[in-house]
Design a protein around this ligand. Sequence first.
Ligand SMILES: [Cu+2]
Length: 181
Amino acid sequence: MHVRSAVIKIFQENYVEDYYVNKIMKLCVFVAVLVGSVQFANADEGGLSVTDVWARPVILLNRPGTAYFTVTNKSDKSDVLAKVSSTLAERVEIHLSTNEGGVMKMQQVGHINIPPNGTVSAKPGGYHLMLFGLKKKLAVGDLLPLRLRFLHAGDVNVMAKVMKMPMKMDHGKMMQGMGKH
Ligand SMILES: [Cu+2]
């Protein structure tokens, strides 16, 4: 991705975030992305593991951050991700983006169900975390601490690595639409 297009993308994302804050539920343009396999921050608690934790850069402090992760449940019991917090944010919300007739909508959800022997991924276009009241900007390469509270497994502490898309970017698709979440 060209540097210039990266800058344009960031500003468009920030504009979208403003819209969200004002409207509570927003519409956003979505570009399909292929999530590559990424392995960095990992945590394993009682049959539950949290992997592929990453967050988007935040260049302006009054903008919310966005983070993604994968939860793998290797136990026979279902679990529930009930709350997420970060020492670097005033509050963290769990959001879900859905595609309704080609239009992306985003809403806050109270929790995420983790089925037994199942995997749930928070990734662009679906579940994601939004961090409000960030205490510092997030630059590529930074680490963002996250605490995921599960009803059964308890607290799982992970570090999200700040990066742009941790996947191969499709330049053609990037030019057609600017998306996040
Ligand atoms: Cu969101």
